[in-house]
Each structure stands twice: as structure tokens, then as C-alpha cells.
Design a protein around this ligand. Structure first.
Ligand code: TYD
Length: 133
């Protein structure tokens, strides 16, 4: 079975009078985690992403605000996901092209399978289109 982008639901513990905690335990994640980074203050006019990865797998979480993620897999399957809740994540498999837009208050956490390496990026869309998956 090929891996595809999909929404992951994290546990949500608490209630409206106390507040909530969500968590990602390693046993519940589809890969071993090697890096976590976060992005914030992204202007609403800016589209981020615009790349694919040879090996990296990621999970994006909007811990605040909203993120719209457009994905495209090699072969052409396109989807649009809305991350609008801190207990929800988007799993992004290797080779998936992604483009993200953020609300002004959005804080994105990215849980990543590998250390940062520019060599893992495919930033050229024409090069991405040549991938077979
Ligand atoms: P990039 O992954 O292209 O961001 P996004 O997908 O959110 O648009 O990274 C943006 C810049 O930050 C790029 O110059 C590389 C740098 N960067 C690092 O140095 N280390 C990292 O772990 C990440 C994620 C990015």
C-alpha cells in the first residue's frame, strides 16, 4: 500500500472549564521522530512549501490558527486539507508536493522523520512531475 497524505487525530484530554492537552506518543506516530520545528508570524499573503522531499516524512499541526495545505502526490493526485484544531495533524509522506497558507495567528509545529538536509528537497516543480512515486 502506498503512503498517502492523511489527517491524524491526536488524543484530546480535558474539558472546556479546565482546558485541554493533546499529545503525540512515539508508538502512535507513523515514523521515528528526529526533528521538531515550528513556524509562526507567516504573513497571510505568503505561500510556504513549494517543495517535495525524497525521504522526509512529516506531520504538520496547527497548534494555533488555521493552515490550508494543498498536496500533490507523484502521479497527480491532489488534495486540500484544512488544519483548524490543535488535536489534528496532517501526515505528509515522502515525495508529496505541498503548499501551505496560514492565518495571521497560525503557529505550525512540524514533526519530522529526519534531520534537515537541503539535498532531500525537490524544489523544482518540473522535477517533481518527473517522479514516478
Ligand atoms: P523550508 O523547508 O523551505 O520551509 P517551508 O516548507 O515552511 O516553506 O525552509 C525554509 C528555510 O529554512 C530554508 O532556507 C531552509 C531553512 N531551514 C533550516 O535551515 N532548517 C530546518 O530544519 C528547516 C525546516 C528549514
Amino acid at each position: 500500500m502506498g503512503l498517502v497524505p492523511k489527517i491524524i487525530s491526536f488524543p484530546k484530554i480535558g474539558n472546556s472549564s479546565l482546558g485541554y492537552i493533546s499529545l503525540a506518543e512515539k508508538e502512535s506516530l507513523p515514523f521515528q521522530v528526529n526533528r521538531i520545528y515550528w513556524t509562526y508570524y507567516t504573513p497571510e499573503s505568503v505561500e510556504r512549501g513549494g517543495h517535495s522531499h525524497l525521504e522526509l516524512q512529516q506531520i504538520l499541526v496547527a497548534v494555533a490558527g488555521q493552515i490550508t495545505v494543498k498536496t500533490e502526490m507523484p502521479g497527480g493526485h491532489k488534495q486540500i486539507f484544512l488544519l483548524d484544531s490543535p488535536d489534528k495533524g496532517l501526515y505528509i509522506p515522502r515525495l508529496c508536493w505541498r503548499e501551505m497558507k496560514y492565518t495571521h495567528n497560525a503557529v505550525q509545529i512540524c514533526i519530522a522523520s529526519l534531520a534537515y538536509s537541503e539535498d532531500d528537497y525537490i524544489r523544482n516543480y518540473d522535477e517533481f512531475l518527473k517522479l514516478k512515486g
